[in-house]
Design a protein around this ligand. Structure first.
Ligand code: PEP
Ligand code: MN
Length: 355
């Protein structure tokens, strides 16, 4: 890998920015110059081929945009990154000396496409970033990483860009942070950056999502920027100017992973012991709860009664909401927690009823 890219790849936090799409040569170059001027951007991104949900919208400028990216690098010294979705796009991007490739969410979802890209990457020394698939399926994401790694790519990074979800949320793609956390747990040495732009779909909440990612120890951010965001040919609502990006990055509180301070470590250790103790107690109590559920199961079995009783379930949830409100537990958490506890109870009762 080229030295400059290697240096950027290892920098923390790693900041990638640039337009959703390359539109014109002037737009690409002006973006590059203004991003470079902030002094805060490590790698410039731009979409050359755009995977659009519906045909007819702007589908990317295509190969003719690649020399613009080369020119942007020449002027600013910033390495450049583009999305690739087919073998041909990999070849074109490499032909024009693109420094970093990324695989988009609509591609990660399809093992055939990922394999095609991986085959095109065999024997090539280029870093590849892999976005999470659009659906919340960790195995697909891991599968894509494995395919690219098997092709011999050494520098692989992850981009968490959120997941399509049914129903209205305030996000374009629900972050489902727990999935990113689990992906990190399974790949502790792999860089993971966050993409607030595609999570939010709108600029007013970019900052808080970026902050949350940094608080969760992400290695960096990829944020879309445009010289005139409202006039962008794709993803206009979520883009910010390079200057606004710089302000945002300035107001983020950058956290360290650790600090060499004995007092801090001792205090933390004590609190962690308390957490361990509380977790043990919770598990103990949950075990007792399941034993009680089994007793109820036995009564239901003796009297030939169904396991699920909707009225009772509503009553449990309502009680929990009321208590939760008082002690500061969110309804979202209460719902998830009680769903999990309830399903476990049902499984325990099921075993009794069918034994
Ligand atoms: C993009 O980065 O412009 C893009 C298409 O993102 P995603 O693959 O996350 O939808
Ligand atoms: Mn985009």
């Amino acid at each position: 890998m080229k030295e400059l890219v290697q240096e950027k790849w290892n920098k923390r936090p790693l900041i990638i920015s640039g337009p959703c799409s390359a539109e014109t040569e002037e737009q690409v170059l002006e973006t590059a110059v203004r991003l470079h001027k902030t002094g805060k951007v490590d790698i410039m991104r731009a979409g050359i081929w755009k995977p659009r949900t519906r045909p007819g919208s702007f589908e990317g400028i295509g190969t003719k945009g690649l020399p613009w990216m080369q020119q942007a690098r020449k002027i600013t010294g910033m390495p450049v990154a583009v999305e690739v979705a087919t073998a041909k796009q990999v070849q074109d991007a490499l032909h024009f000396d693109v420094d970093v490739l990324w695989i988009g969410a609509r591609t990660t979802v399809n093992p055939f496409s990922v394999q095609e890209i991986a085959d095109a990457l065999r024997g090539v020394d280029v870093p590849v970033l892999i976005k999470n698939p659009i659906n919340p399926d960790l195995e697909l994401w891991i599968g894509a990483v494995e395919r690219v790694a098997k092709a011999g790519i050494k520098q692989i990074g992850l981009i968490h860009r959120g997941f399509s979800s049914y129903g209205n949320t305030e996000y374009r793609n629900a972050p489902m942070w727990h999935l990113a956390i689990e992906m990190k747990r399974r790949n502790p040495d792999m860089m993971m950056i966050n993409d607030p732009s595609h999570i939010c779909g709108r600029r007013d909440i970019l900052q808080e999502v970026a902050q949350k990612a940094i608080d969760l120890d992400f290695d960096g951010l990829i944020i879309e920027s445009h010289i005139d965001p409202d006039k962008a040919w794709s993803d206009a609502k979520q883009q910010v100017t390079p200057e606004r990006l710089a302000e945002m990055l300035d107001s983020i509180k950058w956290r360290k992973e650790d600090v060499a301070n004995e007092e801090y470590h001792a205090a933390l250790e004590k609190l962690r012991q308390q957490i361990n103790h509380l977790d043990d107690e919770l598990m103990q109590i949950l075990g007792e709860r399941m034993k009680t559920a089994e007793k109820i199961g036995q009564y239901k079995k003796d009297n030939n009664i169904t396991i699920l009783q909707t009225n009772r379930w509503n009553e449990i949830l309502q009680r929990a909401f009321d208590r939760g409100d008082k002690i500061g537990l969110s309804r979202e958490f209460i719902t998830k927690y009680f769903d999990a506890v309830h399903m476990e109870s049902i499984n325990h009762q099921n075993k009794i009823l069918n034994s």
